[in-house]
Design a protein around this ligand. Structure first.
Ligand code: FES
Ligand SMILES: [Fe+2]
Length: 382
């Protein structure tokens, strides 16, 4: 079973076809897409190195010299803002032997590779390479950190590893048409959670669009203030989905957390809410006064990092009770994600079991079917 030599056997093809059937007759996806190391390797080429990936918020790189180093499916990535204010993305791979020239986040004038001391500017150019005069024909001017495409949409920094990607504006056009009115460029990070889960990244993506589980495992944390069973979704090409629903503010006695909605939603009711996903790693939840965004970072076939950004209007960050009020939110969200952790890690064991057979979809799982079918189409031309 599964994905041997990039060929699918007939049993596997039949299982993928069963996932593509109309929702009322369809089965969930076969387990191997979450457990097979060869699938994980192929995802890197077919998805992660092709698509625009949401990597950071612009306020994480606000000042000249700010930098942020990440790994995208093992590929080292460095984001910088140079002294002229230009944002750059590079493969974080030294031109000597490949060591990552920067780690973590901070502010720097330049980067010195920690191994042999080659020195790079914020624009990725090699500024110096000690003891290299005897290397015949070696020209530092021809060495640099490999540049990557980097563009910004509404305060979100997107990177593309492909040599010739479509413009970001085209990639996000459908998404922007549905959710651009929220104007996330007017928001800033109020809090950011870093969560590592022992399961495949797609199980985390699916879990966050799964309304079916809210009434059970989140009965105490989320299952109030709305009928989660009555949600209508719209499903678009490229595995995008969106929904609007009603959900009363959760804190501050069911008023906006800092007493006012965000400017772009002032004409909406206070129980305005929505959710969306743009493949491969950008999932968002909208409320009257904040946007909660999840970005996904595969760390291995059965390990995933999840960043949870809580974005509020910039002026709200100066509220006198900012710290205590935002703590209510982060404490509750941490509890919700711990409830999810137990499930997604058990799912990983379950889909790896020799006894696992994909079961039927519930109508509330429509976004999962849509997103996973787009994935299998990209991966297997299924
Ligand atoms: S690997 Fe960077 S200086 Fe040698
Ligand atoms: Fe959940």
């Amino acid at each position: 079973m599964g994905f041997v030599g990039n060929e699918l056997n007939s049993t596997t093809r039949a299982m993928l076809a069963a996932t593509r059937a109309p929702l009322a007759r369809a089965n969930h996806a076969p387990g191997f897409i979450y457990t097979d190391a060869a699938v994980y390797t192929a995802e890197k080429d077919r998805i992660w190195m092709k698509d625009w990936i949401a990597v950071a918020r612009i306020e994480e790189l606000a000042q000249p010299g700010d930098y942020l180093a990440l790994r995208v499916v093992d590929e080292p990535l460095l984001l910088t803002r140079d002294h002229g204010g230009t944002l750059h993305a590079f493969a974080n791979v030294c031109a000597h032997r490949g060591v990552e020239v920067a780690a973590g986040a901070g502010n720097a004038k330049e980067f010195m590779c920690p191994y042999h001391g080659w020195l790079y500017g914020l624009d990725g150019r090699l500024l110096g390479a000690p003891y290299m005069k005897e290397a015949a024909g070696f020209d530092p001017a021809r060495c640099r950190l490999p540049p990557l495409h980097c563009e910004v949409w509404q305060g979100w920094v997107f990177v593309n590893f492909d040599a010739d990607p479509e413009p970001l504006a085209r990639f996000v056009a459908d998404f922007d048409a549905d959710f651009g009115f929220i104007r996330q460029q007017e928001l800033a990070i109020a809090a950011k959670l870093d969560i590592v889960l022992n399961c495949n990244w797609k199980l985390v993506v699916e879990n966050a669009m799964d309304k079916y589980h809210i009434g059970t495992i989140h009965a105490e944390t989320l299952s109030y203030g709305a009928d989660h069973t009555a949600v209508e979704f719209w499903l678009k090409k490229r595995g995008m989905y969106g929904t609007f629903f009603s959900f009363a503010p959760r804190f501050n006695d069911h008023r906006p957390l800092f007493d006012r909605p965000m400017a772009s939603l002032e004409d909406k009711p206070l129980d305005f809410a929505g959710a969306s996903f743009m493949a491969p790693n950008f999932q968002q939840f909208y409320y009257c006064d904040n946007v909660e965004c999840l970005t996904y970072w595969p760390l291995g076939v059965d390990r995933t990092r999840l960043y949870v950004y809580l974005l509020f209007p910039k002026p709200f960050l100066d509220h006198p009770e900012f710290a205590s009020r935002i703590k209510q939110y982060t404490d509750t969200e941490t509890r919700v994600f711990e409830e999810d952790r137990a499930m997604v890690q058990s799912l990983q064991n379950g889909v790896a079991s020799r006894h696992f057979r994909p079961g039927r979809f519930c109508r509330m799982e429509a976004p999962i079917q849509h997103v996973i079918n787009y994935y299998t189409e990209r991966m297997f031309e299924a």
